[in-house]
Design a protein around this ligand. Structure first.
Ligand SMILES: [Zn+2]
Ligand SMILES: [Zn+2]
Length: 261
């Protein structure tokens, strides 16, 4: 499937729920045969601190500096990029623009409905209304043109026991919006890794969700595989990469096989 191994979705300890040193991620990526490694740790918000979910604003310079240093140190072995993964909230639009100028790329990962996660957590089981709200905020974010790709579009399916009417509706909304804005969507490998470690009701896969992708596949979209590494060893788990592709086997998706950042 892959001509060249690349991954743009990698976290660091700064987000508060990942492990290992920055350099260990680079070393594991080299060992696994990656030619390109993009760091995309959870981006900070100026007015909010949530040390279990994302770095603080004042850690930003150190983060970028550390990755730039590794970029230089390992330049003969691997190409390294520095980006950020972030949610999008309209009231934080300006600072997202500011972030985009500081790094090479932004990935959209809409995990929560607000920065401190006081309202809706999209990893949990959500109501029809909350599911629709997720779809709307993803589309609103993509309209800004700030994002290089959309991470785990089906994160909302993590703990959804059924594929409800709202799920159908937002899969169409997101597929249509990604086609319209030419934003690639991510086949996320972490949903497989998490499921292997902690199955939910016998389900070994949180996402990708085949029902969701069956709808997305009806749109002219491009798909990129992302590891979403939260530990250096995640980059060595190539079996989970194969398992992720297997989940969507036969859907005839248009996979991106060449680096594009
Ligand atoms: Zn994370
Ligand atoms: Zn994410």
């Amino acid at each position: 499937m892959e001509k060249m191994r690349f991954n743009y979705h990698t976290h660091t300890v700064r987000c508060g729920h990942a492990s290992g040193t920055d350099e260990e991620y680079v070393q594991c990526a080299i060992k696994a045969g990656y030619r390109i490694l993009g760091f995309s740790d959870h981006a900070p918000f100026k007015k909010y601190s949530n040390r279990k979910c994302f770095m603080d604003w004042d850690q930003l310079e150190e983060y970028i500096g550390s990755i730039e240093q590794l970029k230089e140190k390992y330049r003969d072995q691997i190409e390294i990029h520095v980006g950020l993964e972030t949610e999008y909230y309209p009231y934080c639009h300006e600072e997202r623009e500011e972030l985009k100028k500081k790094v090479e790329y932004l990935l959209l990962g809409q995990h929560f409905s607000d920065p401190l996660c006081t309202q809706t957590d999209y990893f949990k089981q959500n109501s029809e209304e909350e599911i629709l709200q997720y779809g709307k905020s993803v589309c609103e974010a993509l309209d800004t043109g700030l994002f290089t790709y959309l991470c785990h579009p089906d994160v909302i399916m993590s703990r959804q026991p059924e594929f409800t009417g709202a799920c159908v509706e937002i899969a169409h909304m997101i597929g249509k919006k990604c086609a319209e804005t030419d934003t690639p969507l991510e086949l996320n490998v972490r949903g497989i890794m998490k499921g292997k470690r902690r199955p939910i009701e016998g389900r070994k896969c949180y996402y990708p969700n085949r029902d969701f992708w069956q709808i997305l596949a009806q749109y002219p979209i491009r798909v990129v595989c992302g590891i979403d590494a939260h530990a250096p060893e995640d980059l060595l788990d190539l079996e989970s990469v194969r398992d992720a592709y297997k989940e969507l086997d036969g859907l005839n998706l248009n996979y991106i096989t060449e680096p594009f950042i």
